[in-house]
Each structure stands twice: as C-alpha cells, then as structure tokens.
Design a protein around this ligand. Structure first.
Ligand SMILES: NC(=O)c1ccc[n+]([C@@H]2O[C@H](COP(=O)([O-])OP(=O)(O)OC[C@H]3O[C@@H](n4cnc5c(N)ncnc54)[C@H](OP(=O)(O)O)[C@@H]3O)[C@@H](O)[C@H]2O)c1
Length: 231
C-alpha cells in the first residue's frame, strides 16, 4: 500500500497526467482527489466542453476542449502526459441508441488510448464495469469487454482496468433506470456492498493510488479490490 513517502517520491519524479471524462461523476471525484493529493506536476483535463472546474483547482490543472470525432484535432492534447485516466462513458438512451453508445464507450475510448500511446503515455487507467465480457450477447458488457481486450493490445507499460459494480454518487443528471436499480439493489448493497457497489469517491482514490503505484503490467481490478486499494 502506498505511503506518504512513496507519494513524495512519485511527486519528485515530475509526472504529467491527462483525464478524459472529467466532467462526469467519476471524473469529478478523480479531479478532486488529484487536487487534494497533488501527485502530478501538471494535469490536462480533456473534454468536449469547457467547465468551470479549473477556477477552483488553481495551478497545475488545465482544460482542453476537443472534438472526439476528429482524431487529428486532439492529438496534441496528450503531449508530455505519461499517465492517462479514462472515465468516459454514456448510456444507450443518452447517446441515442446502440451506435451512439458504441461511438463513445468504444470508439472515443480507443481513440484516446491510441493517441495517448502514440504520445508515449506509459500508464493508462480505465474505468470499465463489473461483468465486462467481450463474448456477451448484451451490448453493454460486450462493448466494455471488447475495449478491455483492445486496450491490452496497445501494450502500455502499465494498464489498470477498474471494474466497479454500481456507482454510488449524487448524480447530477436524472437516470430513471439507475434510480430503480439502486432502490431494488439497496438491500444487497447494505449486506455485501463491497462486492456490488462502490462510491465514485472510493473509485477515484483507488485510481490515484494505482496511478502512483501500479501493480504489474496489466491489472484487472474488481469492485472488492477497488475498496481494498482505496482503504
Ligand atoms: N453508472 C454506474 O453505476 C456504472 C457502473 C459501472 C461502470 N460504469 C462506467 O463507469 C464509467 C464512468 O461512469 P460515470 O457514471 O462516472 O460517467 P458519467 O457521469 O456519465 O460521465 C461520463 C463522461 O463522459 C463524457 N461523455 C459522454 N458522452 C460523450 C460524448 N459524446 N463526447 C464526449 N464526451 C462524452 C461526459 O462528458 P459531458 O459531461 O460533456 O457529457 C462525462 O465527462 C463509464 O464508462 C460507465 O459505463 C458506470
């Protein structure tokens, strides 16, 4: 487990990170954790729209607005970043259906990872999901599983794949399906929460820990281990 001494050593090495999906629920917690612990000399926040987040973060954080459809447009955003965090994601309903979902959860994620790899990014930390399986007949787990496999092929020095269960957060946007699932599953979260759910805050802490102290070349981290790493 990382100590304050390890963190200080990492800071002195002068690493630079990027975060995609920083305006989402996980991304926001990740930025908060990065701002509190300051492991990186510089953090580049890459998104499709400008937010006011950097006003509160101060030095060391910069926002870059990019068009994820145009690879050439955002190649430069990754320059100098040796660590990358991916918290991108959407839902079928939000993105207008199957194609929209694949475009974000597969195409944008892989484009980001490929550009980062080409810019010599060494560590990539990716938020996937419990149940990811490229052989699944269901769109969500299949897409998530497919992305995991393709990320492995990119041969980062360290790849951390986080597979959270249900994400607990005060979601800004209203998702009816998620609210129903949360109500139905609440008894399960209460008695075996570590296996089935995790707060975005805990997930973010685990991501920061693994960014500073990776464990092996490729690590797939289940919901329970996310809790353990963040403890
Ligand atoms: N919800 C759950 O319980 C759950 C469970 C397990 C795993 N996951 C996975 O965990 C990851 C993070 O989830 P989350 O709930 O933190 O995500 P979220 O709150 O929905 O945020 C998603 C992020 O992706 C960006 N994004 C979405 N569509 C985009 C588009 N077309 N172009 C560019 N950027 C786009 C959003 O940007 P804007 O702010 O600009 O929209 C936002 O920054 C996702 O991959 C999700 O599938 C979720």
């Amino acid at each position: 487990m990382a100590t304050e001494e390890d963190l200080e050593k990492f800071r002195k090495e002068g690493h630079v990170a990027f975060v995609v999906g920083y305006t989402g629920e996980t991304g926001k917690e990740l930025v908060k954790a990065l701002s509190a612990t300051k492991p990186f000399t510089r953090v580049v926040l890459i998104g499709r729209r400008k937010s006011s987040v950097t006003d509160k973060l101060g030095e060391g954080f910069e926002e870059k607005v990019v068009d994820f459809c145009h690879r050439e447009d955002y190649r430069d955003a990754f320059a100098g970043c040796d660590v990358g965090f991916n918290c991108l994601g959407t839902t079928r309903s939000k993105s207008g259906g199957k194609e929209g979902f694949i475009k974000v959860d597969h195409d944008y994620v892989m484009r980001t990872a490929e550009l980062a790899r080409a810019s010599d990014c060494k560590r990539f930390l990716h938020v996937s999901s419990t149940g990811s399986d490229k052989n699944s007949c269901l769109l969500y787990p299949q897409t998530k599983g497919q992305v995991e496999e393709e990320l492995k092929d990119l041969q980062f020095e360290h790849l951390s794949i986080f597979r959270p269960g249900f994400l607990i957060c005060d979601r800004e946007e209203s998702r009816i399906g998620e609210k129903i699932a949360k109500c139905l599953c609440m008894p399960c979260f209460c008695c075996c929460g570590k296996y089935s759910a995790v707060s975005t805050e805990i997930l973010a802490h685990a991501m920061v820990r693994r960014a500073c102290h990776p464990n092996g070349k490729v690590e797939t981290i289940d919901n329970k281990t996310i809790h353990y790493i963040a403890e």
